[in-house]
Design a protein around this ligand. Structure first.
Ligand SMILES: Nc1ncnc2c1ncn2[C@@H]1O[C@H](COP(=O)(O)OP(=O)(O)OP(=O)(O)O)[C@@H](O)[C@H]1O
Length: 444
């Protein structure tokens, strides 16, 4: 990969003493909005995956500070007064007091407590601003005391995970859908686009739909036992009762409901694969669907259950056609100014040099857990084929859901274990000499 060249020619490659040498495994950390993934370079899955959401009780910690609950077991445990928070906003760090604590926990819980012995490669979205990048390098050298560091673009890493140094990476995360054109291992910044139509948006759409048709959304912790009931009949369940002052917080309830919404996305929600847009009336959609398989059932934690027909397509259509989104809740994206997925691809390709366009369209890579929706890849294929007719458009999506969920991490793992990569590490000595701004010069 020709881009694996030191980009700051005045700097010598760090010596093996400075970055630990080839026998020390680097750590790869991919901090997302939903999940933080950490593992050793050269491995094919991250050993540690923890939620980016954490629990917090103000005043319950040492010296009256906050007490934090980090990791899958702790954040899901039922505790009165525990609020659920997340340090990310729009895919980048918003709360710098908390994000590094979560990163450290992701590493120390399953990998090693000796952060000072392992070089660290972290991923970042292409829109991460300079001040965040500099803050990141400060944290890792000054708080974590790592011997060497590199900040790699998530899109580039996801491309590498599919064996592509050139292509178009479509990443459906929790916060955003982002489009990143890459060429020879470098991001083509002009062509990067994104919309807030990721997994959180889809959860909000499903929640809004349930509210609109009076489907009661229960969470697992609320239900002590349940008996089977027929579709659309009220649940026959025993619900957990809470003594005054013992109730979970609203943010905990919502967090637990979101788990159920994710189950709905995994099992029931589906993307309309065309031809064309999902018909806007239920009747037209139903007749267009005659050629598609029938409905999909979904059972809520309390046993209430429904077979979803056209509605399972309706909730996802806003991703491709924002004017179709449900707007019956606060803080929804603007349906008229938000770019849908096909518009994002168009916009991105408009800004890519004409001679690279064909090469890039020949290597379209779909990644991110949000892309695991039924029908998603088929719809993207159809949209791209319609927008860019020609034989050389190729869309790739790993069939293995683990690869799709961890592509950013996996690409970082591949990158950091390449023989030539040691030239790219920023050593502590270089950081001490040049300060945090070195990240701008070295990590393009
Ligand atoms: N099978 C599935 N089908 C559809 N969506 C899914 C599925 N599994 C998980 N999701 C959704 O994917 C989202 C998380 O995706 P991912 O792990 O790629 O995000 P992230 O990298 O943590 O976030 P971001 O890229 O926004 O920083 C969540 O909203 C989750 O509900």
């Amino acid at each position: 990969m020709s881009s694996l060249q030191p980009t700051l020619s005045s700097n010598q490659a760090p010596s093996t003493v400075e970055y630990g040498g080839d026998e020390i495994s680097a750590i790869v950390l991919d901090p997302g909005t939903a999940w933080i993934r950490a593992g050793f370079a050269g491995e094919d899955t991250p050993k540690s995956v923890i939620p980016a959401d954490y629990g917090c009780i103000e005043g319950a910690g040492e010296n009256g500070g906050r007490k934090m609950f980090i990791g899958d077991n702790d954040v899901h445990a039922l505790r009165p007064g525990m609020e659920i928070r997340n340090p990310m906003n729009d895919g980048i760090v918003a709360d710098w007091d908390t994000a590094p604590l979560l990163w450290r926990a992701a590493i120390t819980s399953r990998l090693t407590t000796e952060l000072s012995e392992h070089p660290l490669l972290m991923t970042e979205p292409s829109w991460n601003p300079s001040k965040n990048r500099e803050r990141t390098i400060e944290v890792v050298f000054e708080d974590f005391d790592v011997p060497a560091f590199y900040l790699a673009k998530t899109g580039v890493c996801a491309g590498f995970a599919s064996g592509k140094a050139t292509g178009l990476v479509i990443d459906v995360g929790a916060s955003n859908i982002s489009i990143t054109p890459i060429h020879d291992g470098l991001v083509l910044k002009k062509g990067c686009t994104r919309s807030p139509l990721g997994g959180t948006f889809l959860s909000d759409q499903i929640r809004a739909y349930f509210a609109a048709v009076n489907i009661p959304l229960s969470a697992h912790y609320q239900v002590l036992s349940k008996s089977p009931v027929e579709a659309w009949k009220p649940a026959d369940a025993v619900y957990r009762a809470f003594a005054p002052g013992e109730e979970p917080t609203d943010s905990y309830r919502r967090f637990q409901e979101d788990r159920v919404l994710t189950e709905f996305k995994e099992c029931t929600a589906q993307v309309w694969t065309g031809p064309g847009l999902l018909p806007s009336t239920a009747q037209d959609a139903a007749s267009a669907m005659l050629s598609s398989p029938g409905g999909r059932p979904f059972e809520f934690p309390d046993g209430f259950n429904v077979v979803f027909n056209t509605e399972r397509f309706r909730v996802t259509e806003g991703i491709f056609h924002p004017p179709s989104m449900l707007t019956s809740y606060q803080h929804h994206p603007d349906p008229n100014s938000t770019l849908g997925l096909n518009q994002l691809i168009h916009q991105s390709m408009k800004d890519v040099d004409i001679e690279l366009k064909q090469l890039i369209l020949n290597n379209v890579v779909i990644t991110g857990a949000g892309s695991l929706l039924y029908g998603f890849t088929d719809r993207v294929n159809a949209e791209i084929a319609a927008a860019f007719p020609g034989p050389r458009v190729r869309v790739m999506a790993a069939g293995n859901s683990v690869e799709r969920r961890y592509a950013g991490w996996l690409g970082g793992s591949i990158l950091a274990s390449l023989g030539a990569f040691h030239q790219l590490w920023i050593s502590r000595k270089e950081y001490d000499e040049h300060g945090p701004n070195i990240v701008e010069k070295r990590c393009k």
